[in-house]
Design a protein around this ligand. Structure first.
Ligand code: ASP
Ligand code: MG
Length: 476
């Protein structure tokens, strides 16, 4: 019997409490009738943040915080366990598994407090505990519903490099392990419930894929097994045309391309971990984003090409957690190394540069960094250019913290003239002043910088201009 293979990932909110877990389990039970499933779970909502906080306390020498957190986590998981698992034997076996992980949590925090040192490796071990608690719980709930399931630590499946806090999978090894561990379970009709977020080096040292990395775990496993689909169950309906808190008639996009989804993930839509699609690009496996709290809605399908008839602008994103830095003055004309020195400086302070714009008059280079990086970037630049500032080769280095980046995203804008023109005319009509503009040569993203106070008007103007709120041909 050749059943399709689907990987289903449930995020932290989707397994956030007993009733969310019950919903997730129903979704799995139903889907398991027609497909072989691999389930990937996040930690219960909020757990990873608390683990990271406890690790930081332990690093400062606090020896109580670990025990306190272990108690709270026991409580949180047991409430769900008691409400969802009645069979005594099953309860006992899940509880003993939870206890092992909680004891480990306590030991890790104690060790950290004793040494007053938190290495990236121990932080990975501590922050991975949430998934190692949620997976046995969810597997127990599924079995209770009559869906045979087995919790599996992704350290057995996903082999990574040793870059703690943001490890990358080693593809061939991951494929071999996943095949040999998961395929037999699928053939027996057992649903593996795999911890998201985690992997291990070839030597078996635990690593994590980065915060929010369970999405990536799902696509890594999807690619490793050659799955037919990956479905990311979350707490929103899919990828929206804009943030619905800012644009009231924002709607769910039924289908978009990998590239568009990646642009949106990068630029603040935050539905997906930015690396998620990397894993499935080569194999072309479709990825769905669906709402586990409203499974009747169809969600967004992300495909290699996007919809056949879908041209033009797909969605808008905005990001206000950013600051504009400009280095300039007439003196920089023809000074050949200003650009080079500027960006060596941003690199040296590890500032994440989000957008760059330089007019051809060369009077000014401006770029955007995350707010968190802004101060130290400006200080480093003032240091780097101190001589030039003294001699007026560079007139100013300024910081504007009250800006926002708005981006218009759509793969098939490529080669369609007028998108930029329409965007800027629409903004002009609504009196939105544009501070800087950048378009990558991929032409799937036009980004512009506006005053933070104008962000909402800019979004609304562009949303209206491209009819993103109205039902379009080929949409739901
Ligand atoms: N639990 C991890 C985090 O909160 C991974 C995830 O949920 O995707 O970052
Ligand atoms: Mg997430």
């Amino acid at each position: 019997m050749n059943r399709p293979v689907r990987v289903m990932k449930f995020g932290g909110t989707s397994v956030g409490d007993a009733s969310s877990i019950a919903r997730a389990a129903q979704i799995v039970a139903q889907a398991s009738r027609e497909a072989s499933l691999v389930v990937v779970v996040s930690a219960m909502r909020g757990v990873t943040n608390r683990l990271v906080a406890a690790a930081t306390c332990a690093e400062a020498g606090d020896r109580e915080e670990g025990a306190k957190l272990a108690g709270e986590l026991r409580n949180q998981h047991e409430v769900a366990l008691k409400s969802l698992i009645q069979a005594q034997e099953r309860r006992t076996s899940v509880t003993s598994r939870l206890n092992e992980v909680l004891a480990e949590a306590q030991r890790l925090c104690e060790g950290t407090a004793l040494l007053r040192e938190l290495t990236p490796r121990s932080l990975d071990s501590i922050s991975s505990l949430g998934e190692r608690l949620s997976a046995p719980l969810v597997a127990g709930v599924l079995t209770e519903l009559g869906v045979p399931a087995e919790p599996i630590d992704a350290t057995e499946l996903i082999v990574t490099d040793s870059h703690h806090g943001g490890a990358e999978p080693l593809r061939d090894k991951t494929r071999a392990r996943s095949e040999s561990r998961l395929r037999p379970l699928l053939q027996e009709g057992i649903v593996p419930v795999v911890t998201g977020f985690i992997g291990a080096t070839p030597e078996g040292v635990l690593t994590t894929l980065g915060r929010g990395g369970s999405d990536y775990s799902a696509t890594i496993l999807g690619a490793a097994l050659g799955a037919d689909e990956v479905i990311i169950w979350t707490d929103v309906d899919g990828v929206l045309t804009a943030d619905p808190r800012l644009v009231t008639d924002a709607r769910t996009i039924p289908e978009i391309s990998y590239r568009e989804a990646a642009e949106l993930a990068y630029f603040g839509a935050k539905v997906l971990h930015p690396k998620t699609l990397r894993a499935v690009m080569e194999a072309g496996i479709p990825v769905w984003i669906r709402n586990s709290f409203a499974p009747e809605r169809s969600g967004t399908k992300i495909t290699p090409q996007g919809p056949a008839n879908g041209g033009g602008v797909k969605a808008l994103t905005a990001m206000s957690d950013a600051a504009l830095i400009s280095v300039g003055g007439p003196g920089i004309v023809g000074v050949p190394d200003v650009v080079g020195r500027t960006f060596s400086t941003t690199a040296a302070v590890r500032a994440n540069v989000l957008l760059i714009s330089q007019s051809s008059s060369q009077n000014d280079i401006c770029f955007i960094v995350s707010s968190a990086d802004a101060r130290r970037t400006v200080e480093a630049l003032r240091e780097e250019f101190s001589q030039d500032l003294a001699h007026h080769n560079v007139e100013h280095i300024t910081l504007d913290p009250k800006i926002a980046i708005v981006a218009v995203v759509g793969e098939n804008m490529r080669g369609i003239p007028g998108v930029a023109g329409r965007t800027f005319s629409a903004l002009g009509r609504d009196n939105v002043n544009i501070i800087a503009i950048a378009q990558g040569s991929s032409e799937s993203n036009i980004s512009f910088v506006v005053d933070r106070d104008s962000m909402e008007s800019a979004l609304m103007a562009a949303h209206r201009e491209f009819n993103l709120g109205a039902a379009r041909a080929g949409s739901e």
